[in-house]
Design a protein around this ligand. Sequence first.
Ligand code: ADE
Length: 244
Amino acid sequence: DGVRFDVITLFPAIFDGYLTQSLLEKAIKKGLVDIQRHDMRDWAGKAPHRKVDDRPFGGGPGMLLQVDVTVPCVEDVQKMGPSPGKVIMLTPQGKRFDQQMAEEFALCDRLVLMCGRYEGFDQRVTDILQPTEVSIGDFILNGGEVAAMTIVDSVVRLLPGVLGDENSNIDDSFSSGNRLLEFPQYTRPREYRGHQVPEVLLGGNHQAIAKWRSEQSQLRTQQRRSDLLEKQTDLPASQTDDLG
Ligand code: ADE
């Protein structure tokens, strides 16, 4: 019950190094993920030009990905798999990606990721395919490829069997059991340039350690990301206890 990803892009080589990165390579070898790349130019018009983009009607800068290239490309890719899958368009106009969305995507059997370049897609691509439009943040990337990699990366580590127990993700910041930032962590040496490891972590009192960590998480979240504390409605009581 892994996830199959289909990445539709004009620059499939951008993913080369990422796909051979150790965690992902292992997950692919174990059959937990399958990542197929598709070069949108294979759906372009006739040689020698093989155009995929054109200037916007009404004027303005940049080039748009053409509807008569993009739509057949996505439809053909959808037919290649065991199921049509969920179509996701990476765009700064999309819904903001977060850990909750990653958890939802991790339950899908197939995700088709459409990466834009230039000024984006002709609006009719969206009207016809009705993809889920997703943005990874309020900034502009040169294309959707890095955004697609971000989604693959965060979804893959949620799949059962991908991370070992030693790297368990259930306590991660923003996971459904925890919407607070993580507490600070320390390893050896106990002292470095006069900076000490907090005494409580050295004592072996697990209850005291848990209490200190929970306080640190709440303090950090309050100081750095108070916006996370505002939407607390569905949190377990243990995380809302002493928020003040
Ligand atoms: N393409 C360009 N910028 C993007 C962003 N912030 N998120 C998703 N796709 C994008």
